[in-house]
Each structure stands twice: as structure tokens, then as C-alpha cells.
Design a protein around this ligand. Structure first.
Ligand SMILES: C[S@@+](CC[C@H](N)C(=O)[O-])C[C@H]1O[C@@H](n2cnc3c(N)ncnc32)[C@H](O)[C@@H]1O
Length: 165
């Protein structure tokens, strides 16, 4: 029984690492800085792609923003539901592979991925965004786009997309 549980945990964390980025939670100071870099406002909608234990979602909700998370690891999904319960009126978390999800309209998208997937992310956002959206990325930059702002460990990109679909 213990072996099965260990295997399920290893599988869940391995899946996240394989499909996007391994679980490595952002620390509080950089998380606050990331939301400042995005200039997140009360009433905004934020998406965290790979929302881990929900810490960025909770921080965003504490600022009065609506927050939507996508997390592929079922253990982290459950932990994030518990962590975010106190702000459940503002937070929505989906157990899902963000590559397979059509992104809802948002003001800010946060990511903490790995360099290998940044080009794929840019292609997804360029295809799916229907209105101007801010992307903030912790540590890793987009290969073919110039950031509008940077801090010592994060990048901000302003997607200026106007479409009627
Ligand atoms: C580096 S962690 C960042 C966690 C959280 N955003 C934070 O800053 O604390 C990356 C997260 O993305 C999740 N992940 C990786 N690939 C994913 C995918 N394709 N769909 C949904 N979540 C994914 C991992 O399970 C992990 O929790």
C-alpha cells in the first residue's frame, strides 16, 4: 500500500515536470514582486499556469483580484484547494493540463516554467489571446519577444492583441 502511494506521488510530480515544469514553489518576496511587476489591480483577473499549491492565486485574491489556476498534479491541486479555501469567492482552480486548455480572458498571466517551453507558451498566447494581456514570467524569458519591463529575476511582456473572436 505504501509503495502504491509513493508511486502515485512520484508519478504526479513526474507528470508536471515532464509536461511543463517541476514543482518548485515561488517564495513570498519574488511572488509579491511578480504581482507588482504585473501591476495587478483590484478587480483584475489573473491566471497562474501551473498553480502549484495556490500561493500566487491566494496572494492575487488578497489584492482583490479574481484568480484562476491550472494545475496538473492532483496532490498539488488538492493542497491548493485547501490553501485557497478562505478566498474561494475569488479563486477558481482547475485540475488540467494548461497546454490543452483554451485560456479565458484575463488581465494578467503568471508563469514559472522552464526555458524549453517558453517558445511554445508564446505561440499559445499569440494564438489564443483576444485582448491586451500582461504576461509575467518568473526566471525564464520568451525567446523571440522583447520584455517591456524586467526585474532581477522576472520578465514582463505586454501582448497588444486586438481581435474580434
Ligand atoms: C515551478 S512550479 C510553479 C508553481 C506556482 N506557480 C508557484 O509559483 O509557486 C510549476 C508548476 O506547474 C505545474 N505544471 C507543469 N506542467 C503543467 C501542465 N502542463 N499543466 C498544468 N500544470 C503544470 C507543476 O505541477 C508545478 O506545480
Amino acid at each position: 500500500m505504501t509503495l502504491i502511494i509513493v508511486l502515485l506521488v512520484v508519478l504526479a510530480f513526474g507528470l508536471g515536470a515532464w509536461l511543463g515544469a517541476p514543482y518548485l514553489p515561488i517564495m513570498r518576496r519574488p511572488a509579491v514582486d511578480l504581482l507588482d511587476l504585473a501591476e495587478l489591480q483590484r478587480g483584475d483577473t489573473l491566471i497562474d499556469l501551473g498553480s502549484g499549491d495556490g500561493r500566487l492565486l491566494k496572494l492575487a485574491a488578497q489584492r482583490g483580484a479574481r484568480a484562476i489556476g491550472y494545475e496538473i498534479n492532483p496532490w498539488l491541486y488538492l493542497i491548493s484547494l485547501i490553501n485557497c479555501y478562505s478566498h474561494r469567492d475569488l479563486i477558481e482552480i482547475h485540475l488540467a493540463d494548461y497546454w490543452r486548455v483554451k485560456l479565458p480572458v484575463a488581465d494578467v498571466i503568471c508563469v514559472f516554467l522552464i526555458q524549453r517551453y517558453m517558445g511554445r507558451l508564446d505561440a499559445k498566447l499569440s494564438k489564443e489571446l483576444t485582448r491586451p494581456t500582461i504576461l509575467v514570467s518568473y526566471v525564464f524569458s520568451l525567446p523571440d519577444r522583447k520584455p517591456s519591463k524586467t526585474t532581477k529575476d522576472a520578465f514582463r511582456y505586454d501582448y497588444q492583441i486586438e481581435r474580434n473572436n
